[in-house]
Write a protein that binds this ligand. Structure first.
Ligand SMILES: NC(=O)c1ccc[n+]([C@@H]2O[C@H](COP(=O)([O-])OP(=O)(O)OC[C@H]3O[C@@H](n4cnc5c(N)ncnc54)[C@H](OP(=O)(O)O)[C@@H]3O)[C@@H](O)[C@H]2O)c1
Length: 151
């Protein structure tokens, strides 16, 4: 049985969309007809992901790759402005990039906690802050924040 999700024509940002869960989410959205912007750091992995996504059947969606280190505030702006320039709207934000390094609480040093803070907390907050005004203007939108047990 298939469901009609009424997603065709919408636009999604999927952070960490070049691998793992993010790539799987990007593929699923594209297959539903959603225009997808995937963001991650490694350009080659992004290009491979775009090829893999484009090989799927879709009712008319497009996919773009945006190279961005989402620990950096300027990169968040780049992801949002590039997506708006390409697709004109942001209906869905999937905050997914990266993983907090796992380990024993007593063994993890300050750098590990700061890295996790910059990507998994502040990085997510910055993207939500940048996307919500567009969604409020359109009176529609969805945001999914994905974290793991290390959070
Ligand atoms: N896999 C699991 O078992 C599991 C379990 C529970 C929760 N989760 C959560 O699910 C999410 C995805 O996990 P995953 O296992 O799919 O991860 P993954 O396979 O390691 O993929 C991580 C993705 O994030 C990107 N990324 C990493 N650091 C980044 C940065 N600073 N800026 C921009 N992009 C960055 C990576 O590309 P680049 O390296 O090229 O930037 C890649 O596209 C995470 O939130 C994780 O905590 C995963």
């Amino acid at each position: 049985m298939s469901l009609e999700l009424h997603l065709a024509g919408k636009t999604a940002i999927v952070t960490g969309g070049s691998a793992g869960i993010g790539l799987a989410v990007a593929k699923a959205l594209y297959s539903e007809g959603v225009n997808v912007a995937i963001a991650a750091r490694n350009q080659e992995r992004l290009e491979n992901a775009v090829s893999a996504i484009q090989s799927l059947p879709t009712p008319g969606a497009k996919v773009i790759a945006i190279s961005a280190d989402l620990t950096q505030a300027a990169s968040v702006d780049t992801v949002v402005s590039t997506t708006l320039a390409q697709f004109g709207q942001i209906d869905i934000l999937i905050n997914n990039a990266g993983s907090a390094r796992a380990g024993s609480f007593l063994d993890l040093n300050d750098d590990v906690f700061l890295d996790a803070w910059n990507l998994k907390l502040l990085g997510y907050i910055r993207l939500v802050r940048a996307v919500v005004p567009h969604q409020k203007n359109r009176r529609d939108g969805r945001i999914v924040n994905i974290i793991g047990g290390a959070g």
